[in-house]
Design a protein around this ligand. Structure first.
Ligand code: FE2
Ligand code: FE2
Length: 135
């Protein structure tokens, strides 16, 4: 289970603040899912998460761009892949409700994917930004 903790705090304030918000929205969604909330409530909370994902990814990409991060395009591609996966999931839930496949995908995107992305991929870029800031 994804939990907001110090593991995701890297000392790059802009990123840390937004990651906390992102994780809190993902947690709300997973809690609702685990409590067996209605499909429409799941859709609402997924939209609430997705709206912030768009804002955060854009800000993070601008931050990386401002520091001349050489692998920006690769990181942007990871963000794009996630956004596309969320849209595909939203469409599937709208069309078919919460099927087993949608449940698995929802859990994957809101726990493992976010944990891996923030915990590994974003750690790399946070280290890069910190190294630039300490120059
Ligand atoms: Fe991030
Ligand atoms: Fe990222």
């Amino acid at each position: 289970m994804l939990k907001l903790n110090e593991k995701y705090m890297y000392g790059v304030e802009e990123m840390d603040t937004e990651h906390a918000e992102l994780i809190s929205r993902a947690e709300r969604l997973m809690e609702a899912y685990q409590k067996g909330e209605t499909d429409s409530e799941i859709i609402r909370l997924l939209e609430y998460l997705a709206a912030y994902v768009v804002i955060h990814f854009r800000n993070e990409e601008m931050l990386l761009s401002s520091y001349g991060y050489p692998l920006l395009e690769a990181h942007r591609a990871l963000h794009r892949e996630f956004k596309n996966d969320v849209i595909t999931l939203q469409n599937a839930i709208h069309a078919e409700g919460m099927t087993l496949q949608s449940r698995l995908k929802l859990t994957h995107l809101t726990t493992e994917w976010i944990d891996h992305h923030i915990g590994s991929e974003d750690k790399i870029i946070a280290d890069y930004i910190k190294s630039k800031r300490s120059l």
